[in-house]
Design a protein around this ligand. Sequence first.
Ligand code: A2P
Length: 279
Amino acid sequence: DTTRDKLKEAPKLTLPDAQKVTSVQHWTDKLFSFRVTRPASLRFRSGEFVMIGLMGDPDPKTGKQKPLLRAYSIASPSWDEELEFYSIKVQDGPLTSKLQHIQPGDEIILRPKPVGTLVHDALLPGKRIWFFSTGTGFAPFASLLREPQTYEDYDEVIITHTCREVGELEYGRKLIEDIKQDELMQELIGEENLNKIRYYPTTTREESPKMGRITDLMRSGEVFADLGVEPLNPETDRAMVCGNLAFNLDIKELLEGYGLEEGANSDPKHYVVEKAFLD
Ligand code: A2P
């Protein structure tokens, strides 16, 4: 009958909360970034995350497909027309084993409900902000480094990024280089504000100009000597932390040791922490 024919001809159903991939860039065999269209209704604060993913494989018994979603920090700033994400590729990861193959024009699922603790609202006013990251934990800072409020709120913006290998630093290194050269950024944030950025990359398993875990470099005082700043102080310093679980716990202990206290949206204090996505 005609209804049946019409159904057959109907275009393939798009995913629920579908967004279209606009570009994909592979950084290493384990890291890639991509941009997608932004739902018109999506408002978020730079530093927040959303759930994104793909449809999972059909259930062998019922044939039904369920969305496979993970929390991803939005790496683009709140004013950007598109949304950017920075992801690991895990060969047997339920999501990233598939997600790493997306191409421009493909669709992903994006639940438009941003949340998270790495937001300026969760911190008391201060002079200097530290962004401490490992691996893909750089993502929320890719957003916050492009957010004008970061520079309105602080005189100095220090971003540390610790990775195993040099190649894993490239997304962050290039992003910071681009921010400083981009005309739109200079207009939006101001050249003198962009000069507030201090970038401190370190590697732990491959030779690079600065080696070691940032935690060890803090304990030894090396990072403060290198940057020519005093160790963190609750009077002046604020911090946001995003990395693997062990790193987050170690940094937390260090920050508490300097006298900083953990804040939240409802109770702003000196530092905030979030776990980086691991498939
Ligand atoms: P390391 O090579 O010494 O383990 P991963 O890829 O395992 O997520 O790690 C990313 C980076 O974070 C690596 O350079 C790793 O150093 C570093 N790292 C892992 N755990 C900690 C920790 N507890 N404190 C500081 N850095 C850490």
